[in-house]
Design a binder for this molecule. Structure first.
Ligand SMILES: [Zn+2]
Length: 268
């Protein structure tokens, strides 16, 4: 308990300095990543952490979903499931293992409460974000600093013509829809994800490859050998976005704002 308390105190400082820190607990990573959402104080009660939002909603971190089959866990993820698979920042040399999908587990209750349960509620938080590589704008949530983070990504990528060319053609950000083939709302529904039409055949999605949720899917290893895409992914990660190319159920077009997984003290 004391170690966690100390880590919680130090983490904002380490975040600000960009220094690596000892891995924080899942609840602490969530608290630091979404400061607009949580109440200032989080009750730590050992293994049954309860996180409380500013509007008083209570989220039990561990709802004992661990033993559910993979597909059911995707549908019923609690906050613990959401933090369960570590997301490794930086480019990976090898394809993900089967069912290695860091970030695909999402607590529907949490994201709905934070970003909105209806399109109207979501739109109350969404703003047009200037996207320097295209000269246009992207509709994105402003909650928890997401919109300015996306704008910084665009400005950085636009400084190099080679990386700018990779993200010049956005293929959708805010879009009130479900994940294909499921009842789960997409991160696009909450205005917290953006897709790009990648050049050179690098845009790959597992459902386009005829794969199923249960079965293994041949990973398009080519995408891991592209240095410019590597740079694009790194810039996104530095601003709190994860990349769908790190999933066994790959979606290489897709970037989503998930700072609880890629902050310096929370990526593993
Ligand atoms: Zn997407």
């Amino acid at each position: 308990m004391q170690r966690r308390f100390i880590a919680g105190l130090l983490a904002p400082v380490l975040f600000a300095l960009g220094m690596p820190a000892q891995a924080l607990s899942g609840p602490d990573c969530l608290r630091l990543a979404y400061p607009e959402f949580w109440a200032a104080q989080i009750a730590h009660t050992g293994p049954d952490d309860v996180l409380v939002s500013r509007s008083g909603e209570r989220f039990v971190f561990d709802q004992h979903k661990d033993l559910l089959p993979h597909t059911e866990l995707l549908n019923q993820a609690d906050l613990k499931s959401q933090m369960m698979q570590p997301y490794s920042a930086g480019f990976q040399a090898a394809p993900p293992l089967p069912h290695q999908d860091p970030g695909r587990m999402r607590s529907h209750a949490f994201f709905t409460a934070m970003y909105g349960a209806t399109l109207d509620e979501v739109q109350g938080h969404v703003v047009p974000v200037p996207w320097a590589p295209s000269g246009g704008s992207l509709m994105f949530t402003r909650r928890n600093g997401a919109a300015p983070a996306l704008e910084r990504v665009g400005r950085t990528l636009a400084q190099d013509a080679a990386t700018a060319a990779y993200v010049r053609r956005p293929a959708g950000s805010l879009n009130w829809r479900r994940v294909a083939g499921t009842q789960r709302l997409s991160m696009h529904a909450w205005g917290a994800a953006v897709d790009f039409s990648l050049p050179h055949g690098l845009g790959r999605y597992w459902q386009w490859s005829g794969c199923s949720e249960q079965g293994a899917c041949p990973y398009p290893a080519k995408v891991l050998k592209d240095a410019k895409l590597q740079r694009v992914v790194e810039v996104f990660e530095q601003e709190g976005f994860i990349w769908g190319g790190k999933w066994a159920h790959f979606d290489t077009l897709h970037f989503e704002y998930r700072p609880e997984l890629v902050g310096p003290a929370c990526s593993r």
